[in-house]
Design a protein around this ligand. Sequence first.
Ligand SMILES: [Zn+2]
Length: 334
Amino acid sequence: MTTQVNTVEGRRDAASLGRTLIHEHVLVGFPGWFMDARQPPFKRAEAIQRAVDAFQELHAHGVTTVIDPCPMDLGRDVEFIAEVGQKSGVTLICTTGVYAESMGIPYTLRALPIEAVTEIFVKEIEDGIGSTGIRAGLIKIATGEGHVTDYEKKMIAASARAAKITGVPLISHTENCSCGHEQIDIATGEGLAASSLIVGHSDGRDDHDYQRSLAERGSYVGFDRFGLEQIVPDQVRMKNLKMLADAGHKARIMVSHDTVNCWLGGLPGGAAPETLNQIAPNWRMTNLFERIFPELKRMGMTQADLDTIVAENPRRYFEEAAANAKAAAPKAAE
Ligand SMILES: [Zn+2]
């Protein structure tokens, strides 16, 4: 049985995804972005062209698929994503689910019971998002730093239930390498296997023990912020990635940059987007291929290791999620 993945172009066989970056944003707008009246108006056509240029550059490195894990509450615009995918030749996969309570816009979903939230996520995966006909291919979950709020617990549980019903995987946001285990606990508490989850941003601290402990539970470990060196230098990310591979967990490593190609409004806190180039000059989608993979090879990893990480792992992640859902489904009455 092949596993079908929802992309913005329609369903694709997981085996056909190829080289895949698991966490890059085409477009992001933090809740209320439009309230900053000082910002210039958003120019959609120019933004699309900028994103197309960046994705074409990535495509030239052999990347054929990118997951955009934008949750519902961060300015998600799946038609924008679809247009960038169609014009750049990169297959994009979009997401349902929500962001962390402190940075998201939780009121509507906070007020609804968990059954209704589950139904909403399932609807976006099975029927499509709004009237676009574009189906979400996975579910975003998120937690803030240090502890999981009641709202976040409910959203993660609803996401796990929707994953069990639909067979799509979960992809997460964490803060400062905290609460990854709590995310796994909530998902597995709903009967979902840990391998249906990428614990995102697990490269945000020099902490091999934490990264290894996530892999030992069977979850995928996101080394997904390469280039954001003001958080952690890429040298530290590479050291920890290699340590995790050497510890026998190569098959659980996922890589990406968490770039944001277009912003609605300004950056959180009012910084100008241009300042990012000064703060994080390597924060671009080609960083892995231009700087990181060559360096990992110098450190002793092989091209086959890197192919496993960038192509085989994403394919297996979708396949395992589909198999996990099947295994968790109540047996039909005979
Ligand atoms: Zn992100």
